[in-house]
Design a protein around this ligand. Structure first.
Ligand SMILES: NC(=O)c1ccc[n+]([C@@H]2O[C@H](COP(=O)([O-])OP(=O)(O)OC[C@H]3O[C@@H](n4cnc5c(N)ncnc54)[C@H](O)[C@@H]3O)[C@@H](O)[C@H]2O)c1
Length: 259
């Protein structure tokens, strides 16, 4: 029960890393606001959490809209009484996975930055406002990417994740005097979340096997990353066991960036 008594918001909770994290957070005792652009999938995650004996409430949000992020934090406080953890996990790929820099349009660039960086900015901002008003600190976790650490995984997408990493470190330093910790996990490729479909590659499960195998072959530990791997790291970083860890970027990558 690493997160017993914690009230947490997880964005992008309708799929992939967000859903796996919602389930693990609840298993560790957290109450979870399952937030997603897709209201149905947010509700489905909340139902899965409840069916497993946890507590969750679904909430529809577009994290690229500041007023909606502010309202999401207010909703968590209204439901649970206070906020302890905001996990800014939403991220979208380039709409045509594999696109070269010159294939990106201005609209692609603006959308990627609005969601991937804007969402994290608004989340950090309003979580810090809430934590300062409550007193007693709080935790922000962001989902970055290996693509923001090395030149892999998409140019514009990688640039958005580099910005997420920088925000993580700067907000961590600024908010530390208020007892607020801010960290990021940086996953490597996870072929089995909804991310590839969001990037225009909606492949049947059997066609994902060779992709997963080729990804695994690039990792020193020899296996591809899963949403559950990220959820485990997220639980730890949001728990009091990580009470002296802030401003860190944790690759969840089987050793990929250490090579
Ligand atoms: N899958 C990968 O290969 C990979 C690798 C590295 C990092 N990441 C990052 O991991 C995080 C989770 O991705 P995933 O693989 O679970 O993807 P996913 O597509 O399975 O889940 C993303 C969720 O975010 C939601 N979402 C999209 N736009 C939104 C918005 N504007 N407001 C609210 N919700 C929105 C989607 O509806 C979806 O439920 C993202 O930040 C992604 O960039 C993914």
């Amino acid at each position: 029960m690493l997160l017993e008594g914690k009230n947490a918001i997880i964005t992008g909770a309708g799929s992939g890393v967000g859903r796996a994290s919602a389930l693990r957070f609840a298993e560790e005792g957290a109450k979870v606001l399952s937030a997603d652009l897709n209201a149905d999938s947010a509700a489905e995650t909340a139902a899965l959490v409840e069916a497993a004996g946890g507590t969750a409430v679904a909430h529809a949000v577009d994290v690229s809209q500041e007023d909606q992020v502010e309202a999401m934090i207010a909703a968590a406080v209204e439901h649970f009484g206070s906020l302890d953890v905001l996990y800014n996990n939403v991220g979208i790929p380039t709409p045509r996975l594999g696109a070269q820099l010159e294939d990106h349009t201005a609209a692609d660039f603006e959308r990627l930055f609005a969601v991937n960086v804007g969402g994290v900015f608004f989340g950090c901002k309003h979580a810090v406002v809430q934590f300062k008003a409550q007193g007693g600190g709080g935790v922000v976790l962001n989902t970055g990417s290996v693509a923001g650490l090395v030149g892999w995984g998409g140019t514009v997408y990688g640039a958005t994740k580099g910005a997420v990493h920088q925000l993580t470190k700067a907000v961590a330093v600024e908010a530390a005097p208020h007892g607020v910790r801010v960290n990021a996990i940086c996953p490597a490729a996870m072929p089995r979340t909804g991310f590839m479909a969001a990037g225009g590659m909606d492949l049947p499960a059997d066609q994902l096997d060779p992709i997963e195998a080729s990804v695994a072959a690039t990792h020193p530990l020899g296996r591809a990353i899963t949403a559950e791997d990220c959820a485990e790291a997220a639980v730890f970083l949001c728990s009091d066991r990580a009470m002296n860890l802030t401003g860190i970027l944790v690759p969840v990558d089987g050793g990929y960036v250490a090579k």
